[in-house]
Design a protein around this ligand. Structure first.
Ligand code: FAD
Length: 326
């Protein structure tokens, strides 16, 4: 690992003062579950690392919504009873993340900001597009876990399990930087490689994600469903969250987001429209799931992910409607 300076920020203000506008020169350290691996593999080579564990970690829930400090750990989120009651789809996604150790150490901010898992990006031997190299090795290489939507010129999939339900619930992210603070819709926070090849979000290098702000989920029935190769110690092959705003048994409006299938959490308006005005049955869920994957463009080795994603969407919808899935 390359030598680096270490700053132990006592608060948000000190953390901001230690950051830098140049990408990658200074990096915040939360739980370190992702950053330390990147540094050991020489993918991240910061000159300075800023410990941001002093950021707010409080979780508050009220009738108006919820506010989650970025330094809260995944386990603190999972064990928060009021949050679980109002936002079950978020807890279902958090519950499946990694292993108990990762859920204990990993933070909400770090989970959302974790870098992609593409094995070419993570391997120091491959100077891929995302690291300033000439090409995306996944195009002609091993691409069984890569994108089936929105890929090109780089074909990563977005890794955060939490981002998927957060977008489905209509969350906003509070971000602070040298020029003050702003709130960004979670659905507009993540950027495709075609828009931002070297990063994955609109967050600037001298800004911090400090809070997740959730609107009230009153009247919303939501659920997440993930399909995994291994039950633990791994990321999903595909996931989905369905958030249904109900009027009795009829869906007034729906938000459907898929995970692990595109470089960003992938919202599918065409499938949302299928659900609007309907009562959820297995046939309606199947129709929406078919619509969700209709535009998929699989690579040479990942066509199987189309069916996996279809299943995740269908089961998330049925689960949100309280219909038993296998
Ligand atoms: C075996 C394994 C399995 C896993 N499975 C899953 C899974 O199924 N689903 C899933 O979602 N994740 C999974 N993870 C990833 C894990 O959840 C994340 O690595 C972890 O949540 C990162 O949080 P952290 O606090 O440790 O972040 P860090 O490693 O400290 O930081 C991660 C990145 O975010 C930046 N950062 C951190 N906090 C902030 C902030 N507040 N503002 C701006 N930038 C920030 C850091 O600079 C760094 O680049 C898995 C990890 C492992 C090792």
């Amino acid at each position: 690992m390359k030598a680096f300076a270490y700053v132990n920020a006592a608060n948000e203000r000190e953390a901001l003062a230690a950051l830098d506008a140049q990408r990658g020169r200074v990096l915040p350290l939360a739980g370190g579950m992702d950053l330390l691996g990147l540094m050991k593999n020489y993918v991240a080579q910061p000159e300075r690392v800023v410990n941001i564990k002093s950021l707010d970690k409080a979780i508050t829930v009220s009738p108006a919504g919820a506010r989650i400090g970025a330094a809260a750990s995944l386990i603190e989120l999972i064990e928060h009873q009021a949050l679980a009651k109002s936002y079950p789809a978020l807890i279902q996604s958090a519950d499946d993340v990694g292993t108990p150790q990762i859920r204990n150490a990993g933070t909400i901010g770090g989970n959302i900001m974790q870098r992609p898992r593409c094995w070419y990006f993570r391997n120091e031997e491959f100077h891929c597009l995302k690291k300033g190299g000439p090409r995306c090795f996944a195009v002609e290489g091993e691409n069984q876990y890569h994108a089936i939507f929105g890929g090109g010129p780089c074909h990563i999939v977005h890794p955060s399990s939490l981002a998927v339900p957060l977008i489905a619930y209509g969350a906003k992210f509070r971000v602070v930087g040298a020029n003050g603070e702003r709130e960004i819709d979670a659905g507009e926070f993540f950027e495709l490689p075609a828009e931002n090849l070297m990063g994955e979000t609109v967050l600037r290098p001298n800004e911090l994600l400090t809070h997740v702000i959730l609107p009230s989920a009153s009247g919303v029935s939501a659920a997440s469903y993930e399909v995994r190769y291994k039950q633990s110690h791994d990321w999903p092959l595909a996931s989905a969250t369905a958030a249904l705003t109900m009027d009795g048994k009829t869906v007034k409006s729906a938000r459907l987001v898929m995970g692990a299938v595109a470089p960003i959490p992938w919202r599918v308006p065409a499938a949302e429209q299928v659900l609007a005005g309907k009562t959820i049955t297995e046939a309606v869920a199947t129709e929406a799931a078919n619509a969700a994957v209709a535009g998929a463009t699989p690579m040479s080795q990942n066509a199987y992910k189309v069916q996996v994603a279809r299943t995740a969407v269908k089961r998330a919808i049925l689960r949100a409607a309280g219909i038993q899935t296998v």
